[in-house]
Ligand binder design. Structure first.
Ligand code: 173
Length: 490
């Protein structure tokens, strides 16, 4: 391959002539600029320079082969010509370095909020804003957890709880307890290795990982990181270009994914103002003119333009025709749609509002669970599908409540990203272990030896749909960041 000097690359630094270095290769991106889903501006900021550090968290490696013609790669950078510039530590870098050096020992993490508190200090302002944000006023984001606090327990005693077994099967696959790692985008913003860290932790803890369409790691990296016997599901964002959608689904299936979770609650991405706002604060002054500000909608919106807002029930037949994987709809929010999913033959549904990131004032998955179960039972459809719930799960008792109300398992997203960002694989493993231990304790104290013993009579839901009285959640309030981050005043 042709060797190109860094000095040569630096000359091609304009909209008309734009070269960048990514992983030691030189690319001519001039023609690609208008097509870049994240806009041309982010590429132009890197024109003539090494873009690897900016590229990596947002793009899986194989994206270059998929989207650029081979001739866009001009050659390799001549290593002898690279001038290493010592990185100057900014105030923000210093703050994060200190937070990392002074963080508590992993053993001091006693619950999921502890990880969240550490992550809020360690992550960059941009990543924290992106991961933690919810839609609009973040009412649903908070409601997802507070809904669990409107469910009280009715424990049974004297039941010989020497042995408690939390094991279950999800879509027929073993899981050490009724929880899976749900799909979350852009894992490398939290950890340099990205989603494969979750894959490894899922293996040691014997739980299932749902692989995201918009992971930082490539599908190949995540499926290759899987160990013998380990199970992965696949989360799909449906591309407007159905040829691409078909290829994505079939590749996931070939690479061993066992179920297809189609996200149905995001025909357009919600407004996450925390995510949008932080961009204005941190964007360099020359791109803060009004036109650019209006276009800058945060990282998620930039990379979500491919999602098909035309997705409809009639597409299910087509999905069925191109894959043998069971189909689960992720983001069902009413009994009406749960019934439709069953009638269309789906193997499962996830009662979810996308972690409070889509429609604000959508009700929580746990709140609609009893209604969904009741209606499905009435229609004779309850046994046709598995029901999952995600959003707001932070405690073993939350899992207990979901199982009591008829869920097969719960999904968990952000808390594991926070554990991964703070302590890597060991952090994720500890977070999962804590949840499992909490569930086991709740089962023992409530008199349930197995998941089948967790009965609807063990929960009191008479206040569940009451949205007036909400107990204050002190743990959450301590961690919750106001919409204008304090840090931005630095
Ligand atoms: O919630 C999200 O941030 C999300 O699902 C998403 C969707 C598209 C692009 C990036 C993230």
């Amino acid at each position: 391959m042709k060797l190109i000097s860094a000095q040569e690359v630096s000359k091609h630094n304009s909209r008309e002539d734009c070269w960048v270095i990514i992983h030691d290769k030189v690319y001519d991106l001039t023609n690609f600029l208008p097509e870049h889903p994240g806009g041309s501006k982010v590429i132009l900021n890197q024109a003539g320079k090494d873009a690897t550090a900016v590229f990596d968290p947002i793009h899986p490696l194989d994206i270059i082969e998929q989207h650029l013609p081979p001739e866009a790669c001009l050659g390799s950078i001549d290593p002898a010509t690279i001038v290493k510039i010592a990185k100057v530590e900014t105030e923000e870098d210093k703050r994060r370095r200190r937070a990392n050096e002074n963080k508590p020992k992993l053993g001091e993490m006693l619950n999921l909020y502890d990880f969240e508190a550490v992550a809020s200090q360690i992550l960059s302002a941009e990543t924290w804003a992106y991961y933690s944000s919810g839609a609009d006023d973040e009412i649903t984001l908070r409601e997802n957890h507070s809904a669990f606090q409107r469910i009280w327990l009715r424990p049974r005693v004297m039941r010989d709880v020497t042995h408690v077994d939390t094991r279950t099967k999800l879509l027929g696959y073993d899981s050490s307890f009724p929880l899976y790692i749900t799909a979350t985008a852009l894992g490398k913003l939290g950890h340099p290795e990205g989603e494969v860290v979750l894959t490894r932790a899922a293996h040691t803890q014997n739980i299932i990982q749902m692989i995201p369409t918009l992971a930082s790691c490539s599908l190949n990296e995540m499926t290759t990181a899987r160990q013998e016997g380990q199970i992965q599901f696949f989360q799909l964002y449906v591309n407007k270009n159905r040829n691409i959608t078909q290829k994505v689904i079939q590749t996931a299936e070939q690479k061993g994914c066992k179920a297809l979770f189609i996200t149905v609650d995001a025909p357009q991405l919600g407004r996450r103002e925390k995510d949008m706002r932080v961009k204005f604060v941190h964007a360099p002054p020359h791109i803060q003119d009004e036109k650019d500000i209006r276009r800058d909608q945060g990282v998620a919106r930039a990379i979500s333009s491919f999602i098909d807002s035309g997705l409809s029930w009639k597409d299910l037949e087509w999905f069925r025709s191109i894959t043998k994987m069971p189909i689960i709809l992720k983001g069902i929010q009413t009994p009406e749609d749960a019934v439709l999913a069953a009638k269309y033959g789906c193997e499962g549904i996830v009662l979810s509002n996308h972690g409070g990131r889509q429609l604000d004032f959508a009700r929580s998955g746990i709140e609609i669970l009893p209604e969904v179960v009741e209606v499905l039972k009435k229609e004779g459809l309850y046994d046709k599908m598995e029901i999952y719930v995600d959003g707001g799960i932070r405690r073993g008792t939350d899992i207990f409540k979901a199982i009591a109300l008829g869920a097969k398992a719960v999904g968990i997203g952000r808390p594991l990203l926070y554990a991964m960002a703070s302590y890597g694989q060991a952090g994720v493993e500890r977070a999962l272990q804590l949840l499992k231990d909490e569930l086991e304790l709740a089962m023992r104290l409530a008199g349930a030896n197995t998941l089948a013993d967790i009965r609807p009579e063990m929960v009191d839901i008479k206040n569940l749909t009451d949205h007036v009285f909400i107990p204050k959640d002190y743990l959450f309030s301590d961690v919750y960041t106001k919409l204008v981050p304090k840090r931005s005043k630095l």
